[in-house]
Design a protein. Sequence first.
Length: 307
Amino acid sequence: MQRVVEKITPEQRELWARHTVKMRHRLPEMPLFSDDSLAELIETVPAERMIMHTMEDDLSTWKSVERGGVPGHRVLEAIRAGRIWINMVGIQDYDPRFAELMEQIFADWARDVPEFRTFKRKIGLLISSPNAKVFYHCDPGGQALWQVRGRKRIRLYPPTDPFLKPAELENVIRSVTGEEITYHAWYDDHAEVYELEPGDGLHWALNGPHRIDNHNELNVSLTSEHYTPQIRRSWAMNYGNGVLRSLGWTPRSRACEGAAFWAKVGITAVWRKTMQEKQSYKRVPEFVPDPQAPNGVRPIEPAAAIT
Ligand SMILES: [Fe+2]
């Protein structure tokens, strides 16, 4: 397969993983992202891997949606007419074409940034409505966003206090909450703003909070996630600190080496085995897609919700 990501320059290599790097890629040329292909994916990706939400203008309106047997093309129609956001998480596990695409992206990066060694790679396919929003949040792993169809504005904020509070990052990493974190409008004065067009890609600093506004057109994007040895250590430190905080301690160190760090790795392993399932955040669908309904969704009827 030929390259899908254009060459990372020496300057970008110096910025890599610590600052934002904007790239170009060839995903928009691929038939994988046509309407017919998307409709088929909507019908074939397992429900537990297809996260759907609807939203209006603030976080309280962010509600979970399920496909509920609605055909793929009709779901696309609802996305075009309404306010829906779909994320097909880990789609490389279900479709070999996405597995190959993911391998190619990481191979292109590894060729240009040889010190960048990744594992636990994952990609997600995003299909979202004109003017859809994703509210302020941060994600646990290394990440990039690849714009395929339509345009969107992304604001990226520094991955440090006050934009990202350690206790909130710990909760995101432990999946105790969704990915939402404290946001104030004045944070925008400190954001980097990018307008993403088809063929643009963005990779930014670990855990960097962000929020996204689609322009007035259907959007198709890909997200990629990865871990490196350093990201894994940071993850374990945050997880361990979160467990300590939940037990009433205030963690004093965010170091990713030394005895205290390795104790946190141990705590993390034990806690994940015994407690994580009980404390994890769960989504409860409240809507199904419907192109004729406001925002392209209608409430699940109570009788249907019980089954
Ligand atoms: Fe995100």
